[in-house]
Design a protein. Structure first.
Ligand code: PMP
Length: 413
């Protein structure tokens, strides 16, 4: 058997030209954008798709009988099929458009969990959740009498998988776990976790906000019941994302918002619901953003998951090695399986000050708790500085970051 041909390497200089903002200067310096876990930059293809839609195709969807409306409706529904292919979901009807990951998780919490959970039932999350995969469960726990439990994490920022097994009990109804941690970069073994949960008949939701931009995702291979992601982190517009839901579950779920487009028939007294996914998309959706999301997914697939993965791994390894050589700098999150997030602390300097000095050099990172306060509390730190890479970042940018951190050390010496 011949080995599969290796994917051609990524031509970073070329792909950078697809992103207009990467040629901007900030504070008189070339922009070094290392805040991709917060939001990623947009290629020209996405910017053009959104502006072309408004310039030539804008109309509301699913309502009009006129040419533009029909065209907008077709374009909107084509992206649903596009997202299904991207996630390897079994059909477009299993994809619900939402404002992003946060809204997708709230949808499951309010539509599925609120009517399903009983007092004493358990929702199992992990100790490394973003607040958006924690607070919605706390809200629904307060509404139903269910209890939220969390899988502990190790000092390196990995899940304690032995504890995970012990936390799956006869009371557990839902496992809601993050695929890739935004604060630590840890890639969790979600396929294994989902299969352990399913052995006990537990419904599973995976927060894919940070995995979709970096890894090929196959929801059928993971086997999860729900999967959520945000367009803006995968080079698409803000204000759009999607929820994948297993068809049988979506079919049995009530609406969580009422309005136009989600009904079958309405009288003054009573309404009946459209089938999924329309049932969960009340009101005029984010049409231009959905079109932009479709262009973003096309763009990512044109570049290719394999070259993206290889380049990002190389960048992360290079950055990790350079940071390990820096005096007074500590990496936070050293899991064996990591995506391109480098959280760190500079001895004696608050992460916000690290961020401010780097900003003077035109380097954009994030400083804070990264909406993952339980992670910070577990590791006994208030915050971290975080550089997060995308495939358009370069070794030169890592070098600029390292020089910047050395300057931080000098400024605060
Ligand atoms: N989960 C994770 C792991 C995230 O990193 C984020 C965004 N930082 C979210 C959920 C929420 O995504 P959004 O704000 O796009 O809804």
């Amino acid at each position: 058997m011949t080995a599969p041909a290796a994917a051609p390497p990524l031509d970073v200089d070329r792909v950078r030209q697809d992103f207009p903002i990467l040629s901007e200067r900030v504070r008189g310096k070339p922009l070094v954008y290392l805040d991709n876990a917060a939001t990623s930059q947009k290629p020209r293809a996405v910017i053009d798709a959104v502006s072309r839609f408004y310039a030539t195709e804008n109309a509301n969807v699913h309502r009009g009988v006129h040419y533009l409306s029909e065209r907008a409706t077709v374009a909107y529904d084509e992206v649903r099929a596009r997202v299904a292919r991207f996630l390897n979901a079994p059909s477009p009807e299993t994809i619900v458009f939402t404002r992003g990951t946060t809204e997708a998780i709230n949808l499951v919490a309010q539509s599925w969990a609120r009517g399903t959970l009983r007092p004493g039932d358990e929702i199992l999350v992990t100790g490394m959740e973003h607040h958006s995969n924690l607070v919605p469960w706390q809200l629904v726990a307060a509404q139903t009498g269910a209890v939220v439990r969390a899988v502990p994490i190790t000092d390196a920022g990995e899940l304690d998988l032995r504890a995970f097994d012990g936390l799956l009990t006869d009371r557990t109804r839902l496992l809601a776990a993050v695929h890739v941690s935004n604060a630590l970069g840890t890639i969790n073994p979600v396929r294994w976790m989902v299969s352990r949960a399913h052995e006990r008949g537990i419904v599973t939701l995976i927060d894919g906000a940070q995995s979709v931009p970096h890894l090929p995702v196959d929801v059928q291979a993971i086997g999860c019941d729900f999967f959520a992601f945000s367009g803006h982190k995968v080079f698409g517009p803000t204000g759009v994302g999607a929820l994948y839901g297993r068809a049988e579950l979506l079919e049995g779920m009530p609406p969580w918002q009422g309005g136009g487009d989600m009904i079958e028939s309405v009288t003054l007294e009573h309404s009946t619901w459209a089938r999924p996914p329309a049932r969960f998309e009340a009101g005029t959706p984010m049409i231009a953003e959905v079109i932009g999301l479709g262009a973003a997914l096309d763009y990512v697939e044109t570049i290719g998951h394999a070259p993206i993965g290889t380049w990002e791994e190389e960048l992360l390894a290079y950055a990790t090695e350079r940071f390990r050589g820096l005096d007074g700098v500590r990496l936070v999150g050293t899991a064996r399986e990591k995506a391109s997030v480098l959280s760190f602390l500079v001895e004696g300097v608050h992460p916000h000050d690290v961020g401010a000095v780097l900003d003077d050099d035109g380097i954009a990172i994030r400083a804070g708790h990264h909406c993952a306060q339980p992670v910070m509390r577990r590791l006994g730190i208030p915050a971290t500085a975080r550089a997060s890479f995308a495939f358009y970042n370069t070794r030169d940018e890592v070098d600029a970051l390292v020089r910047g951190v050395e300057r931080v050390r000098r400024v605060f010496a």
